[in-house]
Ligand binder design. Structure first.
Ligand code: ATP
Ligand code: GLN
Length: 146
């Protein structure tokens, strides 16, 4: 299976310390995506069952020739993952690697700047709230192989 990577953006705009990676994906690919993310130290993920249409739902609509009706919406899963700026590209590449079939309907990823992160339990904000015990930052800084 050929490796497809996100084409590197020259810069993320607007600039932010944190971004939300919002991925709309095929439901049956979610177990694979989430276990790969867990392996790379992503600990905080939110998923929702959603329905939508893109090229996949749209093609049947064009044949129908009338307004889209609600039963043309295709079931998807939305994954929301807030990460620090430095982790954005590796998370996106991992999602593509695990979710891609190459067929229409593989989904789309939106990148959204996040102003702040607040941990409810402690009231911590910013980097302290975004970092998670055993998370990617921990895995990299305590890596014994370096
Ligand atoms: P605590 O240390 O108090 O447990 P925590 O940072 O581990 O705090 P939780 O309170 O366990 O966070 O998280 C509650 C929910 O928030 C999770 O089930 C998940 O849906 C969502 N969540 C947490 N962190 C993230 C994140 N970085 N990105 C997306 N969703 C997150
Ligand atoms: N960036 C966090 C960390 O390295 C992990 C964020 C997340 O799991 N969504 O600990």
């Amino acid at each position: 299976r050929p490796v497809v990577r996100a084409q590197s953006p020259s810069d993320l705009t607007p600039d932010s310390k944190f971004y939300k990676v919002e991925a709309i994906l095929r439901p049956w690919r979610i177990p694979q995506v989430s276990s790969a993310l867990l392996k790379m130290g992503i600990r905080g993920v939110t998923v929702s069952d959603v329905r939508g249409f893109g090229a996949q739902g749209g093609s049947t609509e064009r044949h129908a020739g009338s307004e889209f009706s609600e039963d043309k919406f295709v079931s998807k899963v939305k994954m929301e993952i807030v990460v620090s700026k430095e982790q954005v590209e590796e998370v996106i590449d991992k999602i593509i690697e695990e979710a891609r079939t190459g067929e229409i309907g593989d989904g789309k990823i939106f990148l959204i700047p996040v102003s702040d992160v607040i941990r409810v339990r402690t009231g911590e904000r910013g980097e302290k709230a975004e970092r998670m015990t055993g998370g990617r930052s921990d895995m990299i800084t305590t890596s014994p192989s370096i």
